[in-house]
Design a protein around this ligand. Structure first.
Ligand code: ACO
Length: 275
């Protein structure tokens, strides 16, 4: 596996990829080097058949947003092309992450600003410390949340809260983020690791092909009419069944027929976990 200087990446034997933003001295802000390393890591996790991706930050921050000097100030002074070039990789990485084929979990242990909010927002799940601090601070230095951050904001918070925080730059806590729907769950700091581990374990129990389709259908259905969605979901169901080898019939519902599990309360045994 490649070695990195701004992130750390490890993948466990059962496919849990832990990607740690590792610029604690700069609050894990997103420098151009980190943009490229993040993209490379996303390739690596796919190549190595990662099953769940967990993104976290080293130190006081999950992510302090874009590196305001190295990604914005200096390249902007150098010229428009330099600015575009300095930021192309992070735009690609955010887009990749939004469509990433395996479940993605943002583990929020501290400061989360601007581009850091976007990084969290394009992940499927976000588990935060209840006292973590979030902010859309762009307005504080004269721009609006851009490059996908506005999208992440309006898709993770209701209209009133999204506009309030984008326009004022006020910060909000993990608890408030949970209340607004911006994170999946906020928990006391001492419970953060266990809560993320439990979520990861639950995801590992599921059929990975189904999880991939679940995400794709979830995202697209949000923009469809009901009638289009019925059609689309039925077609996708057939594609999924084919690609998983009819596992839902041959294994899952067979286990139900044999009364080996209660689907309302637990997952069927996919054979993917040790228990
Ligand atoms: N870009 C570049 N450097 C940063 C960033 C950033 N986004 N965030 C923090 N740093 C640097 C600080 O300048 C400081 O560097 P220095 O040691 O060379 O002075 C170092 O990281 C440590 O940060 P402090 O400010 O000393 O830490 P403190 O705990 O006092 O404050 C806080 C933390 C609130 C996160 C503060 O660093 C801050 O306001 N950072 C900027 C957050 C932000 O607005 N990000 C941009 C979002 S908008 C976007 O992403 C497009």
């Amino acid at each position: 596996m490649a070695s990195y200087s701004t992130i750390k990446l490890s993948i466990t034997d059962n496919g849990v990829a832990n990607l740690v933003l590792d610029r604690p001295e700069k609050q894990n802000s997103l420098s151009p080097e980190l943009h490229h390393e993040l993209l490379d890591a996303l390739d690596t996790v796919e190549e190595e058949n990662g099953r769940v991706l967990v993104i976290s930050g080293n130190g006081d921050a999950f992510c302090g947003g874009m590196d305001l000097e190295r990604a914005f100030l200096r390249p902007r002074r150098d010229g428009p092309q330099e600015f575009i070039q300095a930021n192309a990789a992070i735009l690609e990485a955010m887009t990749r992450l939004k469509h990433y084929p395996i479940p993605t979990v943002a583990k929020i242990d501290g400061w989360t600003f601007g581009g850091g909010y976007e990084l969290m927002g394009v992940c499927d799940f976000a588990i935060a410390r209840d006292d973590a601090t979030f902010g859309l601070s762009e307005i504080n230095f004269g721009i609006f949340p851009g490059g996908g951050t506005m999208w992440a904001t309006v898709h993770t918070m209701n209209r009133r809260k999204a506009m309030y925080y984008a326009a004022t730059g006020e910060t909000f806590t993990g608890n408030e983020a949970e209340e607004y729907g911006a994170v999946t769950m906020a928990v006391p700091g001492e419970e953060l690791n266990q809560t993320v581990d439990d979520l990861v374990e639950s995801l590992l129990e599921k059929n990975p092909v189904t999880l991939r389709f679940n995400k794709e259908v979830f995202e697209k259905s949000r923009y469809m009419t009901f009638e289009d969605s019925v059609d689309y979901e039925m077609a996708k169901m057939e594609e999924m069944s084919y690609l998983q080898g009819e596992d839902w019939i041959e294994t899952a519902l067979k286990q139900f027929e044999d009364r080996e599990f209660r689907p309302g309360l637990e997952s069927y045994d996919t054979g993917n976990t040790d228990d």
